[in-house]
Design a protein around this ligand. Structure first.
Ligand code: ASP
Ligand code: MG
Length: 432
């Protein structure tokens, strides 16, 4: 017998018929002898509908008093879905009880609309499980110290499910969703992209630009921190597929020392078009210049991702960095109005038509030459690299956005990601 947490997204909960099929799937796991806690989202479209109602009455969303009510309103979507699922399970002959976040309780800080979970009380849930009930807990919501209802931010039910699994020390947390797992890259760009049977937490975090479409990335951080084995799997399989098959489907997000890990050196190719590049040309090459440029940017609460500074010529140098595209206009303005006059920079250039492409893999730690294989591949395709950054398990480049698909396809091929690798027997253990 295992203690399993299931999380169902809005699509799975989208109608009473779909809720019935969720109930049948959960009942299958119960009949196989497992204890089940289920964390569902609101019915699809419901959170948008609720927040839309609120918007007609409260245009000023930054106001704390308004934000409190937004959470009060948005949290009701999940309250409806847990109750409906409990009814559907009872109709299946499976004892079930539903709880809201405050009944458990799921304690959070007071940051309305983006609260963070602080602790989850497990006693009540454990008592129900021991009494043979399925426990259904609202995703997305909690309660702060003063008793106000909070929500965790859009997509927050994934984090709720992982937090519940961590608090109860569940054996596995299964996230049923509308994709059937995590792929080596986006299959819409590379049709031969392969679903990974397993990926490490660290890789999954680096693959965020792809992974965030699958999972709220905070839930992965949480799972890594509390060592909760996570599985992303399809909610579109028929509910009555054999449990043994369902239990190993999708992608397991796990620890690198786990024997299930594949031994690919590069696990996947991530990319995003969310960044823009700013170059400050002809700044004096002297101590403090990076601080002078980026200090102002940081003070404006703008996150900087990649940074490069060129070698100086005649006492002057060029300095480039990237910011989120949403911050691009604001950053350009700041640099032109403040930084350029203060530093005497000759010119400021901006380019929002860039993209970042990354190769990700824990095997890169112990294998030299992976980054250079990436650079060679891009050069063979005639793609100019504008910026490079590396970490232990990732190499990222900034290129012109019009070459993004070409770059992703070429790298996917070079690193043989569409060819299934044999299990991890042929290589020495990877050391940190
Ligand atoms: N219902 C919330 C949302 O739509 C939370 C979730 O679905 O994860 O964002
Ligand atoms: Mg979701």
């Amino acid at each position: 017998m295992a203690l399993i947490v299931h999380k169902y997204g809005g699509t799975s909960m989208g109608s009473t018929e779909r809720i019935q099929s969720v109930a049948k799937r959960v009942a299958k796991w119960v009949r196989a002898g497992h204890q089940l806690v289920v964390v569902p989202s609101a019915m699809s479209g419901e959170t948008n509908r609720l927040l839309g109602l609120a918007k007609t009455l409260a245009p000023a969303r930054e106001d704390a008093a308004v934000q409190r009510e937004l959470d009060m309103i948005a949290s009701t979507g999940e309250q409806v879905s847990v109750g409906l699922l409990a009814l559907a399970l009872q109709a299946e002959g499976v004892p079930a009880i539903s709880y809201t976040g405050w009944q458990v309780p799921v304690r959070t800080d007071s940051a309305y609309t983006k609260a963070r979970i602080q602790s989850i009380e497990g006693d009540r849930v454990r008592a129900d499980l021991a009494a043979g009930r399925v426990v259904i807990i609202t995703g997305f919501q909690g309660i702060d110290d003063a008793g106000h209802i909070t929500t965790l931010g859009r997509g927050g039910s994934d984090t709720s499910a992982v937090a519940v699994a961590a608090a109860l020390k569940a054996d596995e947390c299964l996230i049923y969703t509308d994709v059937d797992g995590v792929y080596t890259t986006d299959p819409r760009i590379v049709p031969t992209a392969r679903r990974m049977a397993a990926i490490s937490f660290e890789e999954m975090l680096e693959m965020a630009s792809l992974g965030s479409k699958v999972l709220q990335i905070r839930s992965v951080e949480f799972a890594g921190k509390y060592r909760v084995p996570l599985r992303v799997l399809s909610s579109f399989t028929p509910w009555d597929i054999p449990l043994a098959e369902e239990a190993v489907s999708g992608t397991l997000i796990t620890f690198e020392e786990d024997e299930h890990m594949e031994q690919a050196i590069v696990a996947g190719i991530a990319f995003n078009r969310d960044e823009a590049k700013i170059t400050v040309l002809g700044v004096p090459d002297k101590p403090g210049i990076a601080f002078q440029i980026l200090g102002d940017v940081a003070d404006a609460n703008i996150d900087v991702d990649m940074i490069i500074q060129n070698v100086a010529r005649d006492g002057r140098t060029d300095f480039s960095f990237t910011v989120h595209r949403n911050d691009y206009a604001r950053t350009m303005e700041l640099i032109k109005d403040k930084v350029q006059p203060a530093t005497g920079a000759a010119e400021v250039q901006g380019d929002a038509r860039i993209c970042k492409v990354s190769i990700v893999g824990i095997g890169m730690r112990s294998h030299a030459g992976i980054a250079s294989a990436m650079f060679r591949t891009l050069s063979e395709e005639g793609i100019n690299i504008q910026m490079i950054s590396t970490s232990e398990i990732k190499t990222s480049v900034v290129i012109d956005e019009k070459y993004m698909e070409l770059a992703v396809r070429a790298l996917h091929k070079v690193f043989e990601l569409d060819v299934a690798k044999p299990g991890g027997v042929s290589e020495a253990p990877i050391s940190g």
